[in-house]
Write a protein that binds this ligand. Structure first.
Ligand code: SDX
Length: 429
């Protein structure tokens, strides 16, 4: 491979392909002309070695455990800023000035209400529906209520749709929670900040005043920052692929929510807490570690491992610190789930199997403990992930739509089915 080309030999053909370099991170071999020049495709079903796009939004160094949003390290953003500041950064590429931040907060706040008909839309769901099923349906339904921001060719409509999504998804999430517990919906309040507003919509009831605990609100706001964006993960790739056909942004985000729901992805926070509860006590940990290592047992340690991080997920460290803060604030002295989580982490990180496979706790390992302490049921954990990730999906969708070279995503395949054959009448089968 010369400085800016790589060569690939396929059969008797050798082709030179351009190598492109980014700002930081691995170079890429541009294989756009490979099929035309060799008649062969590349094959990478899990995209383990494939860059699907060029992006300037987020960068992960999996070996070093580094996560940057527009160049800023996640721990600095989580420490010094709030979630809407991170939203602004992801959308516009720069940290906002004080004036830009207050204008952005004002605009988001005034988009938090949803069309009143959405309350009737919810009546169609069963009360025991999983809140993620309600989110997939209700976010997709936004396209039926906000026709004036579905023309993706109009930059103004793209920005309105982006603001509406960031502002309304928490309202829909709170409605999904209230609906499943049979309590009345709580309207957003413009005098509350983004995360306090969300907590109020989730936990306030008409019968008495609800006072948001500022420590819990700050902790949840930090959790939203940690979940905001993460390069081309499965749900973001889903949003990009859906958006590449020109589908409206509400439909694309609904597709992202559907993908996030899987236990291998965003559903892992719900699965991780259920796993900690199933383990129950520290003395049962060895039994589950053995199962996780047993090739014949499909059990995996939920909240462990990552496609990119082969070091500690930087978000997990902050999540662990946040769980201690929230438990202390709530006066929860002994939380058996946290004891199990800390001991499970200690044992796993000293076990040859996990060391050899570079399996570390990821963002989902500690989040459930914190969210449970805050009063959220496990069924809401992935909904909260979706609330936070909406800005990442939207920022990545906008970047794709605004890329002049953008075209519809249409992968090819390795065909392993039957060769061509003629139809046989049923009498001859
Ligand atoms: C998220 O992509 C993102 O960025 C996602 C995310 C985001 O912010 O968008 O970070 C959020 O989804 C975090 C991941 C949450 N998922 C879980 O915690 C579920 C448990 N983890 C795994 O299922 C798994 O680690 C994945 C899905 C996260 C990653 O899987 P990969 O990259 O496909 O790795 P793999 O399945 O090929 O595993 C490599 C080896 C395998 O063993 P061998 O076949 O090589 O012998 O490690 C083993 C796996 O069996 N392994 C595990 C394990 N994870 C991987 N063994 C036990 N427990 C685990 N959790």
């Amino acid at each position: 491979m010369s400085a800016n080309t790589g060569s690939i030999k396929v059969g008797d053909k050798t082709v030179e392909l351009p190598v492109r370099s980014g700002t930081i991170g691995p170079d890429v071999l541009d294989i756009g002309k490979l099929y035309a020049q060799t008649g062969a495709f590349t094959y990478d079903p899990g995209f383990t070695s494939t860059a699907s796009c060029a992006s300037g939004i987020t960068y992960i160094d999996g070996d070093e455990g580094v996560l940057l949003h527009r160049g800023y390290p996640i721990d600095q953003l989580a420490e010094h800023g709030d979630f809407l500041e991170t939203c602004y950064l992801l959308l516009y590429g720069e940290l906002p000035t004080a004036a830009q931040k207050s204008d952005f907060d004002y605009r988001i706040t005034r988009h938090t209400m949803v069309h009143e008909q959405m309350a009737r839309f919810f009546q169609g769901f069963r009360r025991d529906a999983h809140p993620m099923a309600v989110m997939v349906g209700s976010v997709g339904a936004l396209a039926a209520f906000y026709h004036d921001s579905t023309d993706i060719t109009d930059p103004k409509q793209r920005m309105i749709a982006s603001m509406r999504m960031i502002a309304k998804v928490p309202t829909l999430a709170a409605m999904a929670y209230k609906y499943t517990i049979g309590q009345p919906f709580v309207y957003p309040k413009n005098d509350l900040d983004y995360t306090s507003n969300f907590l109020n919509m989730c936990f306030a009831v008409p019968c008495e005043d609800y006072k948001v605990n500022p420590v819990l609100s700050r902790a949840l706001d930090r959790i939203f920052i940690l979940h905001a964006d993460h390069e081309q993960n499965a749900s973001t790739s889903t949003v990009r692929l859906a958006g590449s056909s020109g589908a409206n942004p509400f439909a694309c985000i609904a597709a992202g929510i559907a993908c996030l729901w899987g236990p291998a992805h965003g559903g892992a926070n719900e699965a991780a807490l259920k796993m900690l509860a199933e383990i129950g006590t520290v003395d049962r940990i060895p039994e589950f570690i053995a199962r996780a290592k047993d090739k014949n047992d499909p059990f995996r340690l939920m909240g462990f491992g990552h496609r990119v991080y082969k070091n500690y997920d930087p978000r997990a460290k902050i999540m662990q610190k946040t769980s201690h803060e929230v438990l202390a604030e709530l006066g929860i002295k002994d939380e058996p789930l946290l004891d199990v989580a800390l001991e499970l982490e200690r044992i796993a990180l000293n076990d040859e199997y996990f060391i050899e496979k570079k399996l570390y706790p990821n963002v989902d390992f500690y989040s459930g403990i914190t969210l449970k302490a805050m009063g959220f049921p496990t069924s809401m954990f992935t909904v909260l992930f979706a609330v936070a990730r909406t800005v990442g999906w939207i920022a990545q969708w906008k970047e794709m739509i605004e890329d002049p070279g953008q075209k519809i995503g249409r992968p090819r395949q390795l065909y392993t089915g039957a060769p061509q054959r003629d139809y046989q009448p049923i009498s001859k089968r």
